[in-house]
Design a protein around this ligand. Structure first.
Ligand SMILES: [Zn+2]
Length: 252
């Protein structure tokens, strides 16, 4: 058991959200019970995840994608009303960390992808930006495009979309979880061998060809499953809390 205030203080200390400008509020988004016995973690606070948290008897739902995004409809109506009502009815705290959970050097989505894909020496892609959302590193062993695609499929349980010659050898890699495909331009300018992101746009393929950089689109959800999961495991190990990761499948 932990109080809501102590949990939030611990999360803020760990993820330091004040260091980065974001598109949503980080930390407590919907207030629930004052004391927390059970935490459910997941990628996105969809209705399915909220319902699963209610069923699991959670006092807190900790996610990467919460609510109240910059530019979204500000009213609490329709689907958003349903989700928030379910949280309030069940007295569940909704706690969300977006970019701070992408960039955390050990628990973040990018760091978790490095571990899964055997990439070493993770550092920022944007020169001089201490909180670069895109990162770069080197594969621990040279891999061909086909081999890296296979590694990605094995680790994420999802076939990536790939642009590049299957036999091309890769050593240097840049990556950004989620919708980070536009960073391919910076990676291309820097002459990096491969770029990995959660999503792809029409123009990404042209840029990959013209920069001659291998590109892997691995799924937004799949690329952001592991940060919040690692954060939950950290809370369980460090604070002895009851934490359950629930994956609501999403192929996108
Ligand atoms: Zn995302």
């Amino acid at each position: 058991m932990i109080t809501r205030d102590n949990l939030l203080a611990y999360l803020d200390k760990t993820l330091t959200p004040s260091q980065i400008k974001d598109y949503c509020p980080n930390g407590l988004q919907v207030e629930g019970a004052e004391s927390i016995t059970k935490i459910v973690t997941g990628v996105t606070a969809s209705q399915a995840l909220v319902d699963a948290a209610v069923k699991a008897g959670a006092d807190a739902l900790l996610v990467h994608h919460g609510y109240f995004w910059k530019g979204e409809n500000q009213t609490i109506t329709s689907l958003k009303r349903n989700r928030i009502k379910a949280l309030l009815d069940a007295d569940i705290n909704l706690i969300a960390y977006h970019l701070p959970l992408d960039i955390h050097p050990r628990l973040g989505n990018n760091a978790q992808l490095a571990k899964l894909f055997a990439i070493e020496n993770m550092r920022g892609l944007e020169a001089g930006n201490p909180v670069s959302v895109a990162v770069q590193g080197e594969l621990s062993q040279t891999q061909t495009v086909a081999q890296l695609a296979q590694t990605i499929e094995q680790q994420l349980g999802r076939k990536p979309s790939v642009e590049g010659d299957a036999g091309k050898e890769l050593k240097t890699v840049a990556w950004c979880s989620g919708g980070g495909q536009n960073y391919i331009e910076l990676a291309g300018e820097l002459g990096i061998d491969a770029f990995i992101s959660g999503e792809v746009s029409e123009q990404t393929v042209h840029l990959a060809r013209e920069y001659d950089i291998a590109f892997f689109s691995v799924g937004h959800h799949a690329s952001e499953r592991y940060g919040v999961k690692a954060l939950g495991e950290h809370l369980s190990n460090e604070l002895g809390l009851d934490v359950e990761f629930i994956d609501i499948d999403n192929w996108a």
